[in-house]
Write a protein that binds this ligand. Structure first.
Ligand code: NAG
Ligand code: NAG
Ligand code: NAG
Ligand code: NAG
Ligand code: NAG
Ligand code: NAG
Length: 652
């Protein structure tokens, strides 16, 4: 027996060893020509061009000699659709890298005059996503803006957000739209229909948007461009509607629908780099979609801009690609501070090395699979690097460089980008943000609290901005408690030039606050006000009631000296929460008592204490005996007689 057990254990151990070995073998990436988690491996391995080493770098100046390649898809007549794509890479201070994927899609001409022939007309979608246009038509949407953002943008060291902040939302999901409608009620119905449709399309909880989350911005979110706001019906008006879901989780299932909207479906062009794991492992990421209806004198078209942007920490991302399972750094790779005591056991690490060279394929785990095949202009990759960086594109065996570090991807070969620098601190300079705004909750009671927003203008120019805030109805705001704290002796009238305030209605409407502010140069002040916390109904609490309630970010739109948009962080408000374990406890206790009572009574009714001898005397099978006894017992109770057990046995 013991021997058997031993054998078994041995077998188990050896099996475990075997399996760990295979796991390691699979995960360690030995060659540069294979990348982790790449579904396109088949395409990569067969390509002979990727066995080359760094030493083979060939620097050739313009013109990029790839233009002569034969590409069956480049025939103008076949594939010439209004689709543009671009990848912009910008190194940020402290070894971060901003990767910005941009896609432009324009639809065919819209048939505006929808009469009876509408249902007979056939819809022809070329590159414009087929799933979107029916939604827009059904809900009469003229502009649609969607933002999925997560992470922290470190404005103090990274500078301004990309695209002047106009393409990134607050943490979570943000959506706003311009709808054409007869009345506000109709517009709201269209809005809810739009939200429900988009919720299914993008796998998010946008369908949870109701009237209690919807606001109608007055000064902020003003649509840009005159000709992008056509009225198709003279009698109707345009409504700007907005809602946000704070802290809504954003994950890979949200990226897939984004890629499916592209004509390339992420299978070619720069979108082939996008891999959910890499995007959502980043420090900050933002997915956005803007759709506008653009009209000229005769016709209208939908114009869609899609952005996928992320900030990755380059050393971490490379480490993770090389060693998916973290392992301690080998001794010879340790960088110890030689001025301090160091030996085998002791090492004060030096700061990160400023030398860095990497390839995009290492960072994203994929290659650019050729150009996008459908576009009228080729895919472009641009590296906005500082003077001490070199950026080379790798096509086949060869590396090429250009003057402006922008490369056009032609042909269907695999492309890669190689970036190298001796000083990672030398990055292309980014503009400072015009203003810093941070918001926090104050107070500690269960019944009330305060909201405090600090504005800091470090520049030497007056900044004028619009501050937009939409607060849930269960924060009952006292606008009369609005106060300003300032060391420079600023008064409320000095900074607030205009206010829009729409108080909340319980369960129907959020508080809607908009200020026009003027922030004097080189000044800091704080605006604060108090609120009461409402009591919610039992069913209004989310399943994780003790987590608290996410309050969406405030939106700051800077109007001058430059156009810029930014969001504050979201807040977590804790409301008084009923003890949800109480009903549970009551149910448990009641059930226990009932169980005890029932058991006792049942036993009293059906059981009789007999000695072993008596039991032995009775014959027959156990089952039939028990059933018989039970029947007799019941009979006896109903006859209100003293049960005569022995008699019945005799009868048997
Ligand atoms: C990488 O490329 C080299 C040279 O072509 C080849 O010998 C090697 O097998 C490749 N590695 C893998 C894993 O494909
Ligand atoms: C997309 O279109 C806008 C103008 O509508 C333009 O500014 C932008 O450069 C375009 N993006 C790409 C990637 O071509
Ligand atoms: C940002 O704003 C500045 C000044 O208004 C403008 O010159 C610049 O083109 C804008 N950048 C983008 C990406 O919109
Ligand atoms: C590039 O780096 C070298 C030393 O590594 C330095 O002397 C030079 O000033 C740098 N160039 C620029 C433009 O910063
Ligand atoms: C602000 O400072 C910059 C230089 O830092 C200067 O060029 C500019 O004229 C100043 N503006 C004002 C309004 O003082
Ligand atoms: C800003 O104000 C502080 C004092 O409040 C002063 O020391 C500093 O020099 C000022 N900076 C500018 C650029 O005016």
């Amino acid at each position: 027996m013991k021997a058997l057990l031993l054998l078994h254990t041995l077998l188990l151990v050896s099996f475990a060893e075997l399996s760990t070995l295979t796991v390691d073998d699979e995960l360690v990436i030995l060659d540069g020509n294979l990348s982790a988690g790449n579904s396109e491996d088949n395409c990569v391995v067969n390509d002979p061009s990727f066995g080359i080493k760094e030493e083979e770098v060939v620097e050739e100046q313009e013109p990029p000699p790839v233009s002569g390649h034969f590409n069956p898809f480049q025939k103008e007549s076949l594939m010439d659709y209004p689709f543009e794509e671009r990848l912009v890479l910008r190194p940020l201070p402290r070894n971060f890298l901003l990767a910005s994927f941009q896609f432009n899609i324009t639809s065919d001409e819209l048939s505006i005059d929808k009469g009876a022939s509408h249902f007979n007309s056939y819809a022809h979608n070329t590159v414009f996503p087929r799933s979107i246009s029916p939604i827009l038509e059904h809900t009469n949407t003229r502009q649609l803006h969607l933002r999925f953002t997560h992470g922290l943008w470190d404005a103090e060291s990274w500078g301004q957000l990309p695209h002047n902040g106009s393409k990134s939302g607050g943490t979570g999901v943000e959506i706003w739209a311009v709808l054409e409608s007869d009345s506000k009620q109709a517009a709201f119905a269209q809005w809810i229909s739009l939200a429900n449709s988009l919720s299914g399309l993008f796998c998010t909880s946008i369908n949870f948007i109701g009237s209690d989350k919807t606001s109608y911005p007055v000064f902020s979110f003003q649509p840009s461009g005159e000709n992008s706001l056509p009225l198709f019906n003279e009698n109707s008006k345009l409504y700007l509607v907005r809602a946000a879901l704070a802290n809504e989780p954003i994950c890979t299932e949200n990226l897939t629908p984004f890629l499916k909207l592209l004509p390339t479906k992420g299978k070619s062009g720069v979108a082939s780099l996008l891999d959910g794991h890499k995007v959502f492992d980043s420090h900050w990421h933002s997915l956005s979609i803007d759709i506008e209806t653009r009209c000229d004198d005769t016709s209208c078209k939908y114009h869609m801009e899609e952005f996928v942007e992320m900030v990755v920490h380059v050393p971490n991302a490379l480490d993770r690609a090389e060693k998916p399972i973290p392992k301690p750094v080998e001794e010879h790779e340790l960088r110890c501070d030689e001025s301090k005591p160091h030996d085998v056991f002791e090492c004060f690490p030096l700061p990160e090395s400023t030398d860095r060279e990497f390839e995009l394929s290492k960072l994203f785990g994929r290659y650019i699979l050729g150009t996008n095949l459908v576009s009228r202009s080729p895919s472009r990759v641009c590296a906005e690097v500082g003077p001490n960086w070199s950026a080379l594109v790798k096509v086949g065996n060869t590396y090429f460089s250009t003057d402006d570090n922008c490369f056009e991807i032609k042909g269907d070969e695999l492309h890669d980008l190689y970036l190298q620098t001796s000083d990672t601190a030398q990055v292309a300079s980014s503009e400072d943000v015009p203003i810093y705004v941070s918001r926090s909750l104050t107070g500690y009671g269960q019944d009330g609290g305060g909201l405090r927003t600090v504005f800091k203008n470090p520049s030497n120019e007056t900044v004028s901005l619009v501050y937009f805030e939409s607060l849930p109805w269960f924060m009952r705001l006292y606008l009369s408690s609005l106060k300003i704290e300032s060391e420079d002796g600023l008064q409320l009238d000095d900074v607030i030039t205009n206010t829009f305030y729409l108080p909340a209605i319980d369960r129907q409407r959020p508080t809607h606050l908009e200020y026009n502010l003027k922030v004097p140069p080189n000044s800091t002040f704080a605006l604060s006000y108090q609120f009461d916390k409402a009591l919610l109904k039992y069913a209004e609490y989310p399943p994780d009631a003790n987590h608290g309630f996410d309050i969406e970010s405030a939106v700051v739109t800077v109007l001058s000296p430059l156009k810029y948009e930014m969001r504050t962080a979201t807040l977590l408000l804790s409301l008084s929460t009923p003890d949800f374990s109480m009903p549970y406890n009551v149910i448990i206790l009641t059930s226990t008592i009932m169980g005890l009572a029932f058991g006792t009574i049942f036993n009293l009714m059906v059981k009789k204490l007999v000695t072993v001898e008596e039991a032995d005397k009775s014959n027959g099978s156990v089952g039939s005996r028990i059933i018989f006894k039970f029947r007799e017992r019941i009979k006896a109770i109903f006859k209100k007689k003293v049960p005569l057990f022995d008699e019945s046995k005799k009868n048997q």
